[in-house]
Design a protein. Structure first.
Length: 239
């Protein structure tokens, strides 16, 4: 098993960086990391992401019992994240946000991230869409329904709600979260002009996807750079 303390530090860094990029919403939304089949790290309910530190991240089991930590776990976090970790072996890390531009796309009838911009192309054929908003995820059935839509994809758009991004580690998942919001932002800005997209041919889209090898390595470099900034400006996140 990876060093749990390092996972806590990385998760705390992800929360702090998410605030800097405007991905957070009040004290809502959740990031989690699976430790094994039955337990995961997750943010405590009631703390703003800008104040989260490594030491106050919870260890929770699939039933919602807090095994380590002084705060409760938020109910929808349990049902969305617990079920996602169980349903998708590739979802070691699960990041759920209501970040503005990606969420805006979930509000559109037939809203899809279109492969008409370079950042968007990295997500080509890697997004699942849940087109049915069904209220808050406050029970196992709704958590299972959401998780079943993910399949083997690494991004899921939740209708009228927000997005879920999953990955094998915090660095890769956060890198995808960052570039997903950038891609959604560019699309919303383009849509706001009322002019048609300049389409990219399917052949070039496929070629560009193949060119985007090495994303995992770049993601690690990106996340390490972000942590260096935090180490200078918000060093308490590691506490």
């Amino acid at each position: 098993m990876e060093d749990v303390q390092q996972l806590r530090i990385d998760l705390a860094a992800a929360f702090r960086c998410a605030v800097r990029f405007g991905f957070n919403e009040g004290i809502s939304n959740h990031f989690s990391v699976a430790l094994d089949d039955d337990t995961f790290l997750i943010n405590p309910h009631g703390l703003h992401w800008s104040e989260i530190t490594a030491s106050n991240i919870l260890v929770c089991d699939a039933e919602g019992n807090v095994l380590e930590g002084d705060h409760p776990v938020e109910p929808t976090a349990l049902f969305i994240h617990g079920q996602a970790h169980r349903a998708a072996p590739h979802a070691k890390v699960v990041l759920h946000t209501h970040m503005p531009y990606a969420t805006a796309l979930t509000m559109l009838e037939g809203g899809r991230l279109e492969p008409v911009e370079q950042n968007a192309i990295r997500f080509h054929n890697k997004i699942a869409y849940d087109d049915e908003y069904n209220g808050l995820a406050l029970d196992d059935a709704e958590g299972q329904r959401i998780a079943s839509k993910l399949g083997n994809k690494k991004v899921m758009f939740l209708a009228n709600h927000g997005v879920v991004v999953v990955g094998p580690n915090v660095a890769e998942a956060f890198d995808d979260l960052y570039y997903l919001e950038r891609a959604a932002m560019f699309q919303v800005l383009a849509q706001s002009t009322g002019k048609p997209y300049r389409k990219i041919s399917p052949t070039v889209v496929d070629m560009t996807v193949e060119q985007m090898v090495g994303e995992a390595e770049t993601a690690v470099l990106h996340f390490e750079a972000l942590k260096r900034i935090l180490n200078k400006e918000e060093p308490d996140y590691v506490n």
